[in-house]
Ligand binder design. Structure first.
Ligand code: GAP
Length: 593
């Protein structure tokens, strides 16, 4: 993708326009002017998302023996959000425009240049007065009169009816106070000077119960992960599983993003696909296996091993998730950002962001964090309900340790606590109490969390698949053709079925037969209108990987050997092959599932 911002913006505009035109993604509530940061998926978008969801679910749960599924509710007891830290710390730093009170994320203000003007206040013939200093930046190339007009409109919008008509507002005592270059102190849209950065909680509040008072406040979940932690014990106790094992969940999440942007990339309502993979603490692995395997470049990550600690499990999941993305056509556009010790939360041991190339830049698609036992322990402490598991193998192995060996393990952990640069080291008494439980076979599991966003994944897949080419027809007329080169596994429509001529009833009947045969197994599209070339082009534009044409040969008109065969067209290679109708399913199913 281009590094030229103009080309990137144009590319993104084309993608947004195609998404609307062909029914992938629509602005929510469009007929009422939209609803910021909320998007609806049309017929093809719904299929695309469903395919991505199914791919994730099958890869992460069904095809594995060690991961179970969960489908928890969006609304939960607010105590969960207090315990998880979201009530107190799930916030972005925001700055507020002094003119309009519009907020912007402190790290989302692009540098601006221009002249800074100041007014001591404003008044209008209605008797309304604004006794507040107004400081704003002129936009590049903006005429002073346009600037004044713009400021009057903003003030009128903010003040409401009392201020009267914008054109009648008088700006008082204009003063040119500065010329700035590359300043991040002005609101990117309004030009109003920004206030100090302050934390702004991203959770969407609602009320559960009849009184709608503060006592009834709860939140729309900002992530699906916490429900997994809150239901950890129920799943563990009801499913006859042993650590290591995981719980996966797909579902809606809500964040009151202050600057939703880049189409669906940063939305206020979105879908997450999260796995919490519970593992033994390294000390338990050490006791059972006599060692904790260390990761090294080229380490074999294909099969999990009993001597894996958090580091190898974390690497394993980065590898698994990379393979997943390659399997849906995103190979080659991924990058990895390994968070530095400064980036990491105090409880996290490692976190890697899987980044993907979008037209607007290389951005996060998924985060994979090694979170220790932070989450389950937080819920254990807040709820008073144990989140420990009992491990017979650990108890038996610990029983064979000498006192010196046990003390050596304790000393190693104490040294690690003392070396901590973030968070409070665990006091010695707490470390000893923890080991006492561990030697009896009990511990709170640690967790590796691969957390992906479905909407971002869909956008990444669309952006990667988008391709334009220019075609010149026989008359020399240029036409721009768009192709979405979706991987067949995620393509919303797998096959287009076309009778060559719609006025040949036998051809149409055969095409309908083929369509009926395939549609039970995959999403197909039947089309008998326009030329065959136009029909192929329409399907290329929505990313259909295969086209089937029923023609004279199918009817046996060119010889019995071709009777009941069709032309199968491959979108990407342009190759056309003759296939028996009876062999179509067997050929297509492995390619699209
Ligand atoms: N439980 C961990 C967690 O929620 P996160 O990095 O905040 O971590 C995980 O979110 C993923 O969810 C992101 O990598 C992204 O794909 C998706 N996501 C987060 N906020 C989003 C938003 N506002 N719009 C769309 N997707 C979002």
């Amino acid at each position: 993708m281009s590094t030229d911002p103009k080309v990137s913006i144009a590319q993104m505009e084309k993608i947004v326009s195609l998404c609307k035109r062909r029914g992938f993604i629509f602005q929510s509530s469009e007929i009422y002017g939209g609803c910021g940061g909320i998007w609806d998926y049309g017929p093809l978008g719904a299929e695309l998302k469903r395919n991505l969801r199914t791919a994730w679910w099958n890869t992460m749960t069904r095809e594995r023996e060690d991961v179970l599924g969960l489908d928890a509710c969006i609304l939960m007891n607010p105590a969960i959000w207090k315990a998880s830290g979201h009530v107190d710390t799930f916030a972005d730093l925001m700055r507020e425009c002094s003119l309009t009170n519009k907020r912007v994320r402190a790290d989302h203000v692009d540098p601006q240049s221009g002249t800074v003007l100041k007014y001591s206040g404003a008044q209008s013939p209605t008797g309304w007065r604004w006794d507040r200093t107004i400081t704003a930046l002129t936009k590049s190339g903006e005429h002073i009169e346009s600037f004044r007009k713009r400021i009057r409109v903003l003030i009128a919008q903010n003040a409401g009816e009392a201020a009267g008509k914008p054109e009648e507002i008088e700006l008082l005592n204009e003063e040119k106070i500065d010329t700035v270059n590359g300043s991040v102190d002005f609101h990117p849209e309004t030009g109003g000077i920004l206030g100090e950065a302050r934390p702004f909680n991203l959770m969407l509040k609602t009320y559960l119960g009849p009184t709608a008072t503060e006592a009834d406040v709860t939140y729309l979940r900002p992530e699906t992960a916490q429900a997994i932690f809150a239901q950890f014990k129920n799943v563990f106790d009801s499913s006859r599983v042993k650590v290591p094992f995981g719980i996966g969940q797909i579902g809606k999440a809500f964040r009151n993003e202050v600057t939703p942007k880049n189409f669906t990339f940063r939305s206020r309502e979105f879908e997450q696909m999260e796995l919490e993979f519970f593992i033994k603490p390294d000390e338990a692995v050490d006791i059972i296996s006599g060692e904790v395997a260390k990761w090294h470049e080229g380490a074999d990550l294909s099969e999990p091993q009993p001597n894996w600690g958090w580091e190898l499990w974390h690497r394993y999941w980065v590898d698994q998730r990379t393979k997943f993305y390659e399997g849906i056509g995103l190979g080659g556009v991924l990058e990895y950002y390994w968070q530095t010790p400064e980036d990491l939360a105090h409880y996290a041991r490692a976190c890697v962001d899987i980044l993907c190339e979008f037209p607007f830049g290389t951005e996060e698609l998924e985060g994979i964090a090694a979170r220790g036992d932070f989450d389950l322990s937080a819920h254990q402490n807040a709820s008073g309900k144990t989140q420990e598991v009992f491990d017979e193998e650990l108890k038996n192995a610990a029983a064979k340790l000498t006192d010196e060996q046990k003390e050596a393990l304790i000393q190693k952990r104490l040294a690690a606590e003392a070396a901590k640069t973030k968070g409070q080291p665990l006091p010695e008494a707490a470390v000893r109490a923890w080991f006492e439980r561990l030697f009896k076979g009990s511990y709170v599991p640690h967790v590796i969390e691969p957390s992906a966003g479905l909407d971002r994944m869909a956008l990444a897949v669309i952006a990667k698949a988008f391709e334009e080419s220019e075609k010149v027809d026989e008359k020399g007329k240029k036409e721009v053709l768009t192709v979405l080169r979706f991987h067949p596994r995620v393509a919303p429509i797998k096959v287009g079925v076309f009778p060559l001529l719609k006025n040949r009833p036998e051809m149409v009947a055969k095409a309908r037969e083929v369509y009926a045969l395939l549609k039970k197994h995959m999403n197909c599209f039947y089309d008998e209108t326009a030329s065959i070339g136009r029909r192929y082009a329409r399907q290329d534009e929505v990313g259909t990987p295969f086209g089937i044409t029923i023609d004279f040969d199918t009817l046996g008109e060119k010889g019995p050997e071709l009777l009941d065969t069709v032309t199968l067209r491959h979108r990407d290679s342009g190759e056309q092959e003759r296939v028996k109708i009876s062999e179509l399913l067997g050929k297509l199913l492995p390619l699209v599932s």
